[in-house]
Design a protein around this ligand. Structure first.
Ligand SMILES: [Zn+2]
Length: 439
């Protein structure tokens, strides 16, 4: 058999059946964590939580949380629930802010990870006739191999370009007829812009049907620009190393929220300050419990990502509940003179001005009175005359005024020449917070 399609469609199960899978899976997970991972034994005992008496999903809210710091404290193998002989693969978070967190996978974990990513490819209408170009970085980062395994699982052909070498990336997109592109949204934009500079119109000469873009939050306006430039549909994908990589939730073609893979992940939304579980529809911090992950199960992992469960059914027919598109992590959230604002919200307002490109950086500093000053440095689009002093100042004032109206924060705008902000093949560096650095 050349290419194989998977059997039963898990995305169409009746929701009560999904809840039964969750209950059975989490029952086992709690006991496995308690008996195999000293961290959970101590944390459950300290909280007076009995894993053996768990009999209803609602009881999970009395289990203690696990944080990224807990995972770091147990570096490298402290959170492993299986013997090393059962571990097939290991990934790690980038560790830019400290010790890396480790994600290990058994054969089973790799299989369902592939299945979860493949759901995104199938939501995009992809399958054996598709060519998936994976331009996420391969390596310890979960993006590259997650997309790779997902593409294979979906029955598609995979081209593992990895990130970088953008001109070759573009030639492959054009010559090989890639139909689905997997990479960060900012790298997709860089690919589109570079193609145009090379005299290749990606909307005409590429063959893309969809892009599955995750690993960083992006605004609806940036999505619209990508779709226009590359003539395809952009689907958002969510996941994190601590829960096994991309595929925890994936958007469908309705583009109205990301379907959780609820047969593998149980989601709660909590008030980040009190830890109380919030009702469906309310915004808060996403907390994930893995239903059946073997090597590195997590119980009530605080993702620090802010979203909500979208009430109601999706027109696509997938029965798994949806989370809303993410504004960003709680630690990306800027608190500017007491007002909470996410970089993606600033991007959204900025993108309503068609003279401005998608390349920007937000600089946060304090003035001599210790008040926060935020400066948005953004590139103008090629063709806009940056030397025309009056025009540039007028535009900067207009953008700043709209930020004030929409977001209630004062933001200074400094427009710069095209290509003066550094490009990234992975996650773009959007915020430079000088308040947190020692001067
Ligand atoms: Zn849907």
């Amino acid at each position: 058999m050349a290419k194989e399609q998977t059997g039963q469609d898990a995305t169409r199960l009746p929701h009560d059946q999904i809840e039964q899978i969750q209950l059975e899976g989490i029952k086992k997970t709690l006991v496995r964590c308690y008996e195999n991972i000293p961290f959970y034994k101590k944390s459950f005992d300290d909280a007076g939580f009995d894993p053996y008496s768990f009999s209803d999903l609602s009881e999970l809210s009395s289990a203690p949380f696990v944080t990224k710091q807990d995972l770091r404290d147990n570096y490298p193998y402290g959170m492993l629930a299986v013997p090393m002989s059962d571990v097939r693969e290991i990934h790690m978070s980038s560790g830019t802010t400290g010790i890396a967190t480790v994600g290990a996978y058994t054969n089973y974990d790799l299989d369902f990870w592939a299945d979860c990513f493949a759901r995104g490819i199938k939501f995009a209408g992809g399958g054996p006739d598709d060519i998936v170009q994976v331009a996420y970085g391969y390596g310890l980062f979960t993006g590259g191999l997650g997309a790779h395994y997902g593409a294979i699982h979906s029955g598609a052909t995979v081209i593992p370009t990895s990130a970088g070498n953008t001109e070759r990336q573009i030639r492959i997109l054009r010559d090989m007829g890639s139909t689905i592109l997997c990479c960060t949204p900012s790298y997709a934009m860089h690919i589109a812009d570079t193609a145009l500079e090379m005299g290749i119109d990606p909307a005409e000469e590429f063959h893309l049907r969809a892009g599955i873009h995750g690993a960083e939050p992006f605004s609806d306006n940036l999505r619209a620009e990508l779709e226009r430039k590359l003539n395809y549909k952009v689907l958002d994908i969510y996941g994190l190393t601590e829960t096994g990589g991309p595929g925890v939730a994936v958007e469908c073609l309705e583009q109205n929220g990301l379907h959780l893979a609820e047969d593998h992940f149980f989601a709660e939304i909590i008030d980040p300050s009190t830890g109380e579980v919030l009702p469906e529809g309310e915004w808060g911090e996403l907390v994930i419990t893995t239903v059946d992950r073997e090597a590195c199960p997590v119980v009530r992992y605080r993702t620090r990502d802010i979203t909500r469960i979208i009430p109601g059914d999706c027109a696509c027919g997938c029965t798994h509940r949806r989370i809303d598109r993410l504004h960003g992590r709680t630690d990306d959230m800027l608190i500017i003179r007491g007002v909470n604002v996410f970089p993606s919200q600033i991007e959204d307002v900025m993108k309503t001005f068609n003279q401005v490109s998608s390349w920007y950086q937000i600089e946060v500093d304090t003035d001599e009175r210790s008040l926060d000053i935020v400066t948005l440095k953004a590139e103008v689009n090629p063709g806009f005359d940056i030397d025309s002093t009056g025009a540039i100042e007028r535009l900067q004032r207009q953008i700043s005024a709209r930020m004030k109206t929409e977001l209630s924060v004062g933001i200074k705008v400094r427009l710069v020449e095209p290509k003066s902000i550094q490009r990234s093949t992975g996650k773009a560096k959007r915020v430079i917070d000088k308040r947190r650095t020692i001067k």
